[in-house]
Design a protein around this ligand. Structure first.
Ligand SMILES: [Zn+2]
Length: 509
């Protein structure tokens, strides 16, 4: 986000760790993470037939939609119900399951507390795989031949080779999880030191479950014959994220694992943790998309089921720009000052002020009457004030937005500038439209989309505030870490996306 000219962007800091960004675009295994960390010494096994070729990023997206043998017609987006209904219960229902080595192979280690949930998830995913491949894609189903492998340093039995190449534990540190099409197995990091371990400890074993579900999404791709097409990695990854969401929200009475509200939230966190780093073109080899993109694909599948994911191979969801406009943008290191203390640029203005001016302009034009709200630095409460989060309070009388710097500034500094952008966006929506809950997210999204995509922009707009890579994920971060009206983050982010991609018109339904 920045102001002045489109070049005067600044690069916000990333939220959280991006771990060892790895790429599902490795020549052979299909991994969860992104990056250029594919081991250089790993040859392409000759037996591999299912690996996506992402070396040519200019390759067009394959326009062929997988056949559906049931009716001979491809699925179209209009065929599915995309109404989002996040789970009402917090509790994740798990039917009795044990850490069965016939379900997960992980010799040499006592089951950990989360293994039961993971084992139940694998049983559930296998059933879902059968349903998805046969019922949705109309293809003959083959169960996963090579199994699911919990990989950790103490593992007694060797992990299978992938196309003749040894699968080492260090691969898990790079990739977190992978699917090997050559030998048809899934492996994931089951150590006590990796990203999944920390996520499991902090949030629960659903983190591992959704990672495995994502890899099973690549299994589906192998079964339906898209894994060996020259598709950009991001298309396959969005499709796999969609399928992971479809599994999470699968409406089937015989499930062995039914994720509750917290588990779905954990699934979102797991996706966010393995998003692309800021500045990475999502269409570059190994691109997985931003958190905004990944959660968007996940939500698409969660709401619409596996049927909704079918079209994404031919008609991928729009992904957000994630590269910097110029070297100066990059060189600024991402951290525009919160205020102008020590800044030599005579045109510098505190972020809260130029954001507030932009919001005034946007909403004045949108509602057809003047909006002129003030951003005030104050920790004092106000009558009938409501907190929109992280030290930002909306005060209806007088119409102002109060910022408690002691709370907000550290968040701004460590988690990025658009934490403030998002919060002010919420404040303006609440004060000018009196919108709350998910409806407010859509309206905030409309403003963010105006700054990010500029689509259909009101010609009377004079502001030059623009977003930079990472800003949307900072909005997602705030949503994930603040509770509003009991509305699930899944629904809030979906609503934000609707506004970003469709503008104000999309919020009027
Ligand atoms: Zn993947």
């Amino acid at each position: 986000m920045g102001r002045g000219t489109p070049l005067a962007r600044f690069i916000p800091a990333l939220i959280g760790a991006v771990a060892a960004a790895a790429a599902c675009a490795a020549p052979t295994p299909v991994q969860l993470l992104t990056a250029d960390t594919v081991p250089a010494a790993t040859p392409v096994p000759p037996a591999t037939t299912g690996a996506p070729d992402t070396s040519d990023t200019s390759a067009p997206v394959d326009t062929a939609v997988p056949d559906n043998a049931a009716d001979g017609e491809p699925w179209l987006p209009g065929d599915v119900d995309l109404t989002l209904e996040p789970p009402a219960d917090i509790t994740t229902v798990v039917t009795p399951a044990t850490f069965d080595t016939t379900v997960i192979t992980g010799g040499g280690r006592a089951p950990s507390p989360g293994d039961e949930l993971v084992a139940a998830a694998v049983v559930d995913i296998e059933r879902w795989l059968n349903y998805t491949v046969t019922e949705v894609y109309g293809r003959a189903h083959r169960p996963l031949a090579g199994g699911v492998h919990a990989v950790h340093p103490d593992r007694r039995d060797p992990t299978p080779d992938c196309g003749g190449v040894a699968t080492e534990y260090r691969d898990m540190l790079d990739y977190v999880a992978l699917y090997c099409p050559a030998d048809d197995f899934v492996a994931y990091d089951a150590s006590d030191i990796g990203l999944l371990s920390s996520l499991n400890n902090e949030r629960g074993a659903m983190a591992t479950a959704v990672v495995i579900a994502h890899e099973y999404g690549h299994v589906v791709q192998e079964r339906i014959g898209v894994l060996n097409r020259p598709l950009p990695t991001i298309v396959l990854e969005q499709h796999a994220d969609c399928l992971a969401g479809a599994w999470t929200g699968w409406d089937d009475p015989a499930r062995s694992l039914l994720p509750g509200r917290d588990a779905v939230l954990t699934a979102l966190v797991a996706l966010i943790e393995v998003r692309d780093p800021v500045g990475i073109d999502p269409y570059s080899p190994g691109g997985h998309g931003t958190a905004f993109d990944r959660i968007g694909a996940f939500t698409h599948g969660y709401a619409g089921g596996a049927e909704a994911c079918v079209a994404l191979v031919a008609e991928p969801l729009e992904v957000m720009p994630n590269t910097f406009g110029d070297l100066g943008d990059l060189a600024r290191g991402g951290d525009a000052p919160y205020d102008c203390t020590g800044v030599t640029d005579p045109e510098c203005r505190p972020a809260g002020q130029f954001l507030g001016d932009d919001l005034d302009e946007f909403w004045s034009l949108a509602i057809g009457s003047s909006v002129d709200l003030e951003v005030v630095t104050s920790a004092a409460p106000c009558a009938d004030g409501t907190t929109v989060g992280v030290g930002v309070t909306v005060c209806p009388d007088p119409g102002e937005v109060r910022i408690d710097e002691a709370i907000l500034r550290p968040v701004y500094t460590t988690r990025g500038d658009f934490t403030l952008g998002y919060l002010l966006g919420r404040a303006w929506v609440e004060l000018t439209i009196s919108a709350t809950g998910a409806d407010a997210e859509c309206l905030v999204g409309a403003w963010v989309g105006d700054l990010t995509l500029g689509r259909g922009r009101n010609p009377l707009r004079e502001s030059t505030v623009v977003t930079s890579p990472g800003d949307l994920d900072e909005a997602v971060d705030v949503i994930m870490s603040t509770s509003v009206d009991g509305v699930h983050a899944l629904e809030r982010i979906a609503s934000l996306r609707r506004g970003v991609l469709g503008g104000l018109d999309a919020c009027n339904r």
